[in-house]
Design a protein around this ligand. Structure first.
Ligand SMILES: [Zn+2]
Length: 66
């Protein structure tokens, strides 16, 4: 049951990184969430947020140049 509530936290965006897996990528501290496995990064305000690998996830943006 406890696991369920931890997962619920993930669903509302309150992830907890697996400290053992936390590493640095440049100036960013990153690591996977120990509950849902999503990649997280530590923001400037100290909160862990899911990584945004692309600016428009799931919807590739076509940029036209002329
Ligand atoms: Zn999570």
């Amino acid at each position: 049951m406890a696991e369920f509530f931890k997962r619920l936290r993930c669903m509302v965006g309150k992830h907890s990184p697996s400290r053992r897996s936390v590493r640095y990528e440049g100036h960013l501290k990153i690591g996977p969430c120990k509950y849902c496995g999503r990649q997280l990064e530590k923001g400037g305000d100290g909160r862990w947020v899911t990584r945004h690998l692309t600016s428009s996830a799931g919807k590739p943006k076509v940029i036209e140049e002329d």
